[in-house]
Design a protein around this ligand. Structure first.
Ligand SMILES: Nc1ncnc2c1ncn2[C@@H]1O[C@H](COP(=O)(O)OP(=O)(O)OP(=O)(O)O)[C@@H](O)[C@H]1O
Length: 233
């Protein structure tokens, strides 16, 4: 069988933050396969967030290729990039970024509003949101609860459901477990992976915490994928 194209591919990427203390990041090669779960480890300041921003297309590289699901993000206009991100990438942030006054249902369904193709994959959004809540271990009847009133662990699961709905090819998680104890972290990852595998979504998670390594298919370190220069001229 032919090898499927990578869900994420970076090739000869060069990016430089401008300013008085410029920071340059270069990534010669990085590829993630469909349904792979990858932990990206790195020290503070090593450029993890910069790399995630390049992958999400919120910043663009000066040169090189950053392709998600086969499309080079730099080939898209800024407006098209926003829609592309909503279609192709499920995001779980460190602070979850839920709308605190909106209910769980509206939080989970939010990305579908900006991503018609992703929405089209969900025949019954309400039922799909409920199914994800159940699979992620949220209590029954949580859909009408105000998101800001849930526990931190529950909010994290709502954020995961929001990222997973409509099965985007790539899930990006930026330190989503840093505020949780080890047992809760591990249980959350189990749930996230069982759902991402069911949808064949690739997961790229960034962390400082090497103790999570065993749960992932592959662990990569910033030092191994990227060269950085803090004094780039
Ligand atoms: N918006 C920006 N403008 C200019 N420089 C920036 C910007 N964002 C980050 N940098 C610089 O890029 C470098 C890498 O920062 P980045 O946030 O990517 O690292 P990180 O590995 O995610 O760190 P942490 O784990 O502490 O979040 C730092 O030197 C930082 O000062």
């Amino acid at each position: 069988m032919p090898t499927p194209p990578p869900t994420l591919e970076l090739k000869d990427v060069q990016f430089r933050w401008p300013g008085r203390a410029p920071f340059e990041l270069s990534v010669p090669k990085l590829a993630l396969a469909p349904a792979e779960t990858v932990l990206l480890l790195g020290e503070s300041g090593s450029g993890k967030s910069t790399l995630l921003s390049l992958i999400c297309g919120t910043i663009t590289a000066q040169s090189g290729r950053v392709a998600v699901a086969g499309t080079d993000i730099s080939s898209l206009s800024a407006g098209k990039r926003d829609r592309f991100r909503a279609e192709q990438i499920g995001l779980i942030f460190q602070q979850f970024n839920l709308l605190p006054f909106a209910n769980v249902r509206d939080n989970i369904l939010l990305p579908l509003r900006f991503a018609p193709d992703r929405a089209a994959r969900v025949s019954d959004p309400e039922t799909e949101a409920e199914t994800l809540c159940r699979a992620l271990g949220l209590p029954n009847n949580v859909m009408n609860e105000q998101a800001g009133k849930l526990s931190v662990g529950q909010q994290q699961r709502v954020a995961a459901a929001r990222a997973l709905i409509g099965a985007p090819p790539l899930i990006i998680a930026d330190e989503p477990t840093s505020s949780l104890d080890a047992a809760t972290q591990s249980a959350f990852l189990e749930l996230l992976f069982s759902q991402s595998r069911a949808h064949r979504s690739t997961v790229l998670m960034v962390s400082h915490d090497a103790r999570l390594s065993d749960q992932f298919d592959r662990v990569i370190h910033m030092d191994d994928v990227a060269q950085t220069d803090r004094n780039a001229a």
